[in-house]
Design a protein around this ligand. Structure first.
Ligand SMILES: Cc1ncc(COP(=O)(O)O)c(C=O)c1O
Length: 392
């Protein structure tokens, strides 16, 4: 029976890692993989997480099952960071649950959308490829609109017409901050307008918050999510701690559900729990327990926020250096200075992407998406010179 299956394409980014590893040049640069890197090229465990992990080893006295909702201490400790200090989860219309990373949270959010018989899911493209893959796997109808305008800002005209064309009750999947792959975020004014459009057209927001704190700051990056959540009757919020706590492989995230009336919450949450049971039964504990211990301890919280500031400052410096290069060969690097997060797209042609690999040993996705955290003060001039060479 298994021969009825068909060969699936290899993951393009994993294939890129292999190509990079096989390149013998000492000067090679990896701008493909989606993790933060220090100026030395490492992806270390946060000091605050290490300290919390030591505490966890000493104090955790059971690994008995917790239930499909996971560690609810983690879910409530995280809520004020997502929703703000006047945390609206306290008015009884929002409840969360722990999920295996942001991917688990999105999977659950979109499975809820499907179970709720929402007709279509709209998303700006390009987007993180897994968005479309999850929708396709769930058999959800997808509609796309253009995300990035030619001037390097979000294409609000395309979003406006998509929202006008959508049917009442359709879902809109929106990146909260640090858009992957373009780095092009909505401005606060855009979010104000998006909120009005969601309300006027009676649309369901599914908000993906995978990089909070990697753009302008934990508070600043949450503007859009908080603005929408305070205005709309219903929303699904997929959060990830895998980037902002550096927990990637520990799969740490949460799904928050906002409902119109308090008394609907138990019924809605019961569906999320049932879907989690059918998917992974219970989320992995370790990462969420470590985050909870960080957030329950003022000193560890301060240490974590400090480490996050250092990450963001490094990415700001790299972006500023790229922007300062301005027009480089046939491309303009200026917009990268005002984009946010790990990623930006440089409009390379497929031949130029190949030339960057073969002639300069610089590896990134075929779409031209680069991980700016792969650049350091030691290799950035080499990168800029290579861009000038292949696009000039
Ligand atoms: C836009 C976006 N959403 C969600 C995720 C999910 O992250 P994770 O499942 O590693 O928490 C990612 C990860 O790359 C992402 O880029």
């Amino acid at each position: 029976m298994l021969t009825n299956l068909q060969q699936q394409p290899a993951d393009a980014l994993l294939a890129l890692i292999k190509l990079h590893n096989a390149d013998p040049r000492a000067t090679k640069i990896d701008l493909g993989v989606g993790v933060y890197r220090t100026g030395q090229g490492d992806t270390p465990v946060f000091g605050a997480i290490k300290a919390a992990e030591r505490k966890l080893v000493e104090t955790q006295d059971s690994k008995a099952y917790l239930g499909p909702e996971g560690d609810m201490g983690f879910v409530s400790a995280l809520a004020p960071y997502v929703f703000g200090k006047d945390n609206p989860t306290q008015d009884g219309r929002i409840e969360g649950m722990q999920t295996p990373g942001g991917t688990g949270s999105l999977r659950l959010a979109l499975a809820m959308v499907k179970a709720a018989k929402v007709k279509r899911v709209w998303m700006g493209t390009p987007s993180w490829p897994n968005h479309a893959q999850i929708c396709a796997d769930l058999g959800l109808e997808m509609k796309t609109f253009n995300h990035a305008a030619a001037d390097g800002t979000a294409d609000m005209a395309a979003l406006r017409s998509a929202m006008a064309e959508a049917d009442e009750g359709d879902a809109f999947l929106l990146h909260g901050c640090c858009h992957n792959p373009t780095g092009i975020d909505y401005t606060n004014a855009d979010w104000d307008e998006i909120t009005d459009l969601l309300l006027a057209n009676k649309l369901l927001p599914v908000l993906d918050l995978a990089y909070q704190g990697l753009g302008s700051g934990m508070e600043e990056d949450a503007y859009g999510i908080r603005r929408v959540v305070r205005a709309v009757p219903e929303a699904l919020i997929a959060q990830s701690c895998d980037k902002n706590f550096g927990l990637y492989r520990d799969r740490t995230g949460a799904l928050y559900m906002l409902v119109a009336e308090k008394d609907q919450l138990p019924m809605v949450v019961s569906n999320a729990h049932a879907l989690a049971r059918a998917n992974w039964s219970q989320p992995p504990d370790h990462g969420a327990a470590a985050v909870r211990l960080v957030l329950e301890d003022a000193d560890l919280t301060a240490q974590w926020l400090d480490e996050l500031d250092t990450m963001r400052e490094r990415m700001r410096q790299v972006r500023a250096r790229l922007a300062a290069a301005g027009k480089t060969g046939g491309v303009d690097l200026t917009p990268l200075g005002s984009q946010h997060g790990l990623f930006s797209i440089i409009p390379f042609t497929p031949d130029q992407v190949q030339a960057m690999r073969s002639q300069h040993g610089i590896y990134f996705a075929g779409s031209g998406r680069i991980n700016v955290a792969g650049l350091t003060m030691a290799n950035i001039d080499q990168f800029i010179a290579a861009v000038a060479d292949v696009t000039g």
